[in-house]
Design a protein around this ligand. Structure first.
Ligand code: 5RP
Length: 222
């Protein structure tokens, strides 16, 4: 079994009866969703809150009951993937473009569990380009202002000459900083730039990381 499947399935086992569960996005979470679908068909009572349209479609496909974020008061747990994780549990997310909804859902959860294969761990963030969600209006100017924070950037494209659009109808700028030495400072600085909707730095959000080494799944807690 591949690493993503092992960690993804392990996270599904944390879900207990009557929990409201944030359902992250990405190829690792796919395995969490599939396992949750099996558990639901065996009698588990839970409700999911999806972080992307794609996850919502998968949840429906696996017969996982879902509600929108606006219909719940809080979430018992949110389970999501990550693109990079540093030693202090800071994350880069948004490789799949769902960072805004992922951050909103994680922010409403009492416990945030990240599932990550062995490639995601790093000493310092920045090796993976940081996704920043920006509004299409004046995106060129927003890009200039974002690059003043010390990165080079690329507008994420879907097809030739067509920008990728998030579920919220926005663009994604992938920002290469090489090293992000102060993630909290950068997270706040980026979100102060007019035109920026949200960025993929998740600082102080994750409570536990379910990861794997030499085919053995283990949990890292803060
Ligand atoms: C999507 C995300 C994903 O959690 C992240 O990209 C990890 O994806 P995968 O599990 O496919 O490696 O942040 O916006």
């Amino acid at each position: 079994m591949q690493e993503k499947q092992l960690v993804g399935e392990a996270a599904a086992k944390l879900v207990e009866n009557n929990m409201i569960v944030g359902l992250g996005s990405g190829s690792t979470i796919f395995f969490t969703l599939k396992k949750l679908g099996e558990l639901v068909s065996n009698g588990l009572k839970m409700t999911g809150v999806a972080t992307s349209r794609h996850t919502e479609e998968l949840a429906k496909q696996f017969n996982i009951p879902i509600m929108s974020l606006g219909e719940v008061e809080y979430l018992d747990i949110a389970i999501d993937g990550a693109d990079e994780i540093d030693q202090g549990f800071n994350l880069i997310k948004g490789g799949g473009g769902a960072l805004l909804r992922e951050k909103m859902v994680a922010n409403s959860a009492r416990r945030v569990v990240i599932v990550a294969d062995s490639s995601k761990s790093t000493k310092e963030l920045g090796g993976y380009p940081l996704p920043v969600e920006i509004v299409p209006f004046g995106w060129e100017m927003t890009t200039i202002n974002i690059e003043k924070t010390g990165c080079s950037s690329t507008l994420r494209m879907k097809e030739m000459n067509k920008p990728y659009l998030t579920d919220n109808g926005n663009y994604i700028l992938d920002c290469n900083y090489k090293v992000i030495s102060n993630p909290k400072e950068l997270e706040l600085k980026l979100n102060m730039i007019p035109g920026v909707v949200e960025n993929g730095l998740f600082v102080g959000v994750a409570d536990e990381i379910i990861t794997i080494k030499d085919n053995v799944v283990y949990v890292k807690t803060k």
